[in-house]
Design a protein around this ligand. Structure first.
Ligand code: ATP
Ligand code: MG
Length: 589
């Protein structure tokens, strides 16, 4: 798939296979049920880590489809793994979903669920499955179970406990729950087919003993249901219609369907009692889409955790991290993420998306929004010797060149201004058009200056540049037309410059596929992913609020850091560079 579809800025999202399926279900009335929308999706994170850009794709997809088809989307925590989960993760996941602009609330009802809320129901259903002959307690050791599972081309071996009496399984299961056995002593398995070509159908484990405290149910349970058992049932209980997951679950779909079918059945027992049905039709259906693989990025929770734990980054919200909290701090907007998700689309086969698609979405979102500002990142002093000492004058520039109605920024011009070190060369290379001895450039929105010389320190480093200005060359005046210069540079007056720390972030990895082919992803870390510089900003930025985003002219888009920036003491992060190089930009000015 070539998802790198930069030109696709359509307002109506392009169709995809999931929309086709939903539209067909709507037409057939597959999910017409009283009082329920015909499209109910869910986003089901496990609260064991921070969400990343891949999850954002799933969120945009699930919440987006629900929105587009007047349905609803549930946020469900798949919290069946007591040892790895935590309230901290629940909180950050909720926060990230909301930051992206989605809500699990509809008409005042919060569709916020936890699989752990279903533990009692799941347990009752498991007892029902045992009674109906669809599940049994297996007492093989974990090693025996693994050995008897068979392999891709070798059928599995049935457990000697597979046909133990129902009453015995039921009794053991109840005692597993009561905490009578140590971890691993028994498991509950679905009774399906040990010879199935699909390994997931070879009597999968549906409950295991785990003497662990759960972040929501505490010490109530000594057994916990498996994800593959919990997930379809949670979907059915919540009346989900389209259960959308990533491709690696394709082989799990037969069990998804099998378990739900069994639970819709009514079974008459030999003693006359009836078990089931536990669920009713129509049942949810699982669909798989390709997960997001992004170049120069890793999206494995385990590896992201490693980066944090080994302090390769400053934390989960390091602006180089692909986590939602990280990209948010980097300067990404919810709109840019949604635009990105729209552009990459949804495919049925795995592929790679180039990170430039993500960066391009941010530029396209910010370009019309972000106010412009001058920032000198690596400052060098320019002294205008023929400008009167102590004199200043007001200059101004549009907040946004395409939207004059947004007004003007004001700043001073004076005898000493800061310019970029890169905008001066003592000995210019061929084609260099900026400042060098004898050359003239325009100081943007101010005067033309002619370089007269420079100062150096004992090591020959340039410490200041000298120039004279042409008093009748001020931008916007008639007489300025008399001059033609080939370069324009930006500057900030030393009289009102705001000192700031600016963090120049780059890609965290230097290789496009840092963790493919069994490589050690740590070796692919980009040693230059962060450079911190002292900068001078135009005065209007002194009181930037954390989260405010600007386009620093000629540089890129920068956000006042959410954590470290303070009014009067700004810290800015580079979100993304400008697409245009200075060479192109220069022609415009
Ligand atoms: P784990 O290995 O812990 O299960 P996970 O990345 O699958 O990690 P979940 O919390 O289970 O994390 O994911 C929640 C949802 O997000 C799932 O439906 C999953 O399919 C989806 N998801 C996860 N990673 C991606 C990705 N890279 N692209 C698209 N969807 C993803
Ligand atoms: Mg998962």
């Amino acid at each position: 798939m070539s998802a790198d579809n930069k030109n696709n800025t359509a307002v109506t999202p392009p169709s995809n296979f999931l929309r086709t399926i939903i539209e067909s279900d709507l037409e057939k009335g597959t999910y017409q049920r009283p009082g329920l929308p015909q499209v109910i999706t869910r986003f089901p994170p496990e609260p064991n880590g921070y969400l990343h850009i891949g999850h954002a794709k799933s969120i945009c997809l699930n919440f987006g489809l629900a929105q587009d088809y007047s349905g609803r989307c549930h946020l469900r925590f798949d919290d069946t793994n007591p040892t790895k989960e935590d309230q901290e993760f629940v909180d950050t996941i909720k926060d990230s979903v909301q930051w992206l602009g989605f809500s699990w609330e509809q008409d005042g009802v919060p569709y916020l669920h936890f699989a752990s809320d279903y533990f009692d129901t799941l347990y009752e259903m498991a007892c029902g499955l045992i009674e109906a002959g669809h599940a049994y307690v297996d007492s093989q050791s974990p090693e025996e179970m693994a050995a008897n599972r068979g392999s891709f081309n070798k059928p599995g071996v049935e457990s000697p406990y597979r046909n133990r009496p129902v009453a015995e399984s039921l009794d053991l299961f109840k005692r597993m729950r009561a905490g009578e056995f140590p971890d691993g002593a028994h498991v509950l398995r679905a009774k399906i087919d040990m010879a199935s070509p699909n390994m997931n159908m070879r009597d999968p484990v549906i409950y295991r003993i785990r003497h662990a405290s759960h972040h929501r149910t505490g010490d109530k349970w000594n057994i916990y249901p498996m994800y593959d058992y919990t997930h379809p049932i949670s979907d059915a209980l919540e009346k989900i219609t389209h259960s959308i997951c990533t491709l690696e679950f394709q082989d799990h779909r037969p069990f998804y369907d099998w378990i739900l079918e069994r639970l819709t059945e009514k079974t008459e027992l030999s003693d006359g009692r009836v078990v089931g049905p536990f669920l009713e039709k129509p049942l949810p259906h699982q669909y798989e889409f390709a997960r997001l693989n992004l170049t120069y990025t890793i999206t494995s929770k385990r590896k992201l955790l490693q980066l944090v734990e080994e302090k390769r980054v400053s934390g989960w919200d390091d602006p180089r991290m692909p986590t939602i909290v990280g990209i948010r701090r980097r300067g990404y907007t919810p709109e840019s993420i949604k635009l990105f998700c729209e552009r990459i689309g949804v495919a049925k086969a795995d592929g790679w998306i180039d990170i430039s698609t993500l960066e391009g979405s941010l530029r396209d979102d910010l370009d019309p929004k972000a106010p412009r500002a001058a920032a000198v990142l690596r400052p060098l002093k320019l002294i205008i010797d023929n400008y009167p000492e102590g004199q200043t004058e007001r200059c101004s520039a549009p907040v946004h060149p395409h939207y004059p109605e947004r007004g003007e920024r004001q700043f001073a011009f004076s005898r000493e201004v800061w310019i970029e070190q890169d905008d001066f060369m003592a000995e210019p290379v061929k084609g260099y058009r900026r400042l060098y001895p004898g050359n003239r450039v325009r100081l943007r929105c101010a005067y033309i200056v002619e370089c007269t010389g420079y100062d150096t320190d004992a090591n020959g480093n340039v410490t200041a540049v000298h120039a004279n200005y042409l008093p009748d060359s001020r931008s916007g005046t008639e007489t300025s037309q008399n001059y033609k210069v080939r370069g324009t540079i930006h500057w900030v007056s030393a009289t009102d410059a705001v000192p700031a720390e600016v963090r120049l972030y780059d890609r965290l990895f230097a290789e496009a596929m840092p963790d493919s082919g069994g490589k050690d992803f740590l070796e692919a870390l980009n040693p230059e992913s962060l450079e911190v510089v002292n900068a001078y900003l135009e005065p209007g930025l002194a009181n930037a609020k954390p989260g405010d985003i600007f386009q620093f002219e000629r540089q890129g888009y920068f956000v006042a850091d959410l954590v470290d920036s303070q009014p009067g003491k700004p810290v800015f992060n580079r979100a993304v560079t400008l697409r245009d190089s200075w060479a192109k930009d220069k022609k415009k000015s």
